[in-house]
Design a protein around this ligand. Structure first.
Ligand SMILES: NC(=O)c1ccc[n+]([C@@H]2O[C@H](COP(=O)([O-])OP(=O)(O)OC[C@H]3O[C@@H](n4cnc5c(N)ncnc54)[C@H](O)[C@@H]3O)[C@@H](O)[C@H]2O)c1
Length: 340
């Protein structure tokens, strides 16, 4: 007799349950940031299974991150995101990142769902960028630069255009120009009203931009604070991408999860904290704090704001949980007898 089933949702089933819906993802991510701020989550942080000894090694040999968590509120779901990053996978035509999400019933702790979370990961990172832009970018932001034209770039742009439909000009910079060009071609096709430029160097683009969104694999900063204009929002979505001056010049430092950022210890603001150049009290707010109305968002068009996101499994768990509930209601997914 089967005592416990779980549902398996592959990428196609996840798509059918609305995983690619950016509007819904933004709501999930906002709700999760707020639940986190109110203490209605368990978010123990990332465990990194790292190959090699340095960041440079890791950027070649790869890593697998385990991100467990529990999300309260109407999600009421536990689980884990297990994300592999193989930087050399492209040589075999495979994606760099692959994600599996396991959901567990918070009462019995038994697994209830195993889902492909690859799209969730890019969608929720886009949604996080979108929430940051909604709260922190100039209200009529017109010019955006995206640095890093990989898997994250399309969802960063999609969410940015939801948060700021006023964006009319996009610069794309990538260390591999062919990646930038490929992304530019897709963008031109999809958003015909957007003016799109591929740049060889990020300086002029940064000087013109209201939003500079970095989603690269950089381990050496390539965006300089001296290039930031008044009112700029600089988004450090990955590792060591922007120089210390970007942080020093900012009127506000905003993050997604400060403890997670310090634990990961790889972004500009984290490294500055380690070196005593940034104190805990220098962090203006986490996004959840702003969403709960306890801290201010952007207050005028002149402020320069630095934003850093490390991400957390609870964001993925919230989105997968919505898709899992939808699959159950609609009788979708493959039912696997877990315990006979
Ligand atoms: N903050 C979060 O929540 C979150 C979530 C997911 C991914 N990430 C991070 O985002 C980054 C990008 O992820 P992805 O899946 O798009 O990776 P990807 O490998 O698909 O794309 C990365 C792109 O960055 C470019 N690049 C690498 N080094 C560069 C440099 N020095 N300057 C300019 N461009 C450079 C590459 O050529 C590539 O086109 C990764 O570091 C990943 O860890 C962050």
């Amino acid at each position: 007799m089967v005592k416990a089933n779980l549902i398996f949702l592959n990428n196609k089933a996840m798509n059918e349950q609305g995983v690619l819906d950016m509007h819904k993802a933004i709501i999930d991510v906002e709700k999760t940031y707020m639940l986190n701020w109110k203490g209605d989550v368990i978010n123990p942080g990332k465990c990194v299974l790292r190959w090699g000894k340095t960041i440079e090694d890791e950027n070649v040999l790869g890593r697998i991150n385990a991100m467990p968590g529990y999300v309260g509120g109407d999600y009421d779901m536990a689980g884990i995101k297990w994300i592999g990053s193989g930087p050399m996978n492209y040589k075999e035509g495979l994606p760099r990142a692959s994600v599996t999400v396991v959901l567990n019933d918070p009462k019995t702790k038994l697994p209830v769902c195993i889902a492909d979370g690859t799209a969730v990961s890019t969608i929720r990172t886009g949604a996080s960028g979108g929430v940051a832009i909604k709260l922190l970018a100039k209200s009529n932001a017109k010019v955006m630069t995206i640095c890093g034209a990989g898997a994250q770039a399309p969802t960063q742009l999609e969410a940015a255009l939801i948060a700021r439909p006023s964006i009319e000009k996009l610069f794309i910079y990538d260390i591999k120009k062919e990646n930038a060009q490929k992304f530019a071609d897709i963008v031109k096709e999809k958003y015909s009203k957007l003016e799109v430029f591929v740049v060889d160097n990020p300086e002029q683009a940064t000087r013109e931009s209201d939003i500079i969104d970095c989603v690269t694999l950089a381990s050496e900063p390539f965006i300089k604070g001296e290039w930031l204009k008044k009112g700029a929002l600089v988004m450090n979505m990955a590792d060591y991408e922007v120089d210390n001056e970007c942080v020093k010049k900012a009127d506000k430092l905003v993050v997604d999860f400060w403890e997670g950022i310090k634990h990961r210890m790889i972004s500009t603001v984290a490294l500055m904290w380690r070196d005593g150049l940034v104190k805990d009290s220098d962090i203006h707010a986490e996004l959840g704090e702003i969403l709960c109305g306890e801290k201010s968002s952007r207050e005028n068009d002149d402020e320069i704001i630095y934003f850093n996101a490390v991400g957390a499994g609870i964001l993925d768990i919230a989105i997968v949980s919505r898709c899992f509930k939808s699959a159950k209601e609609n009788g979708k997914g493959i039912i696997v007898p877990f315990w006979e």
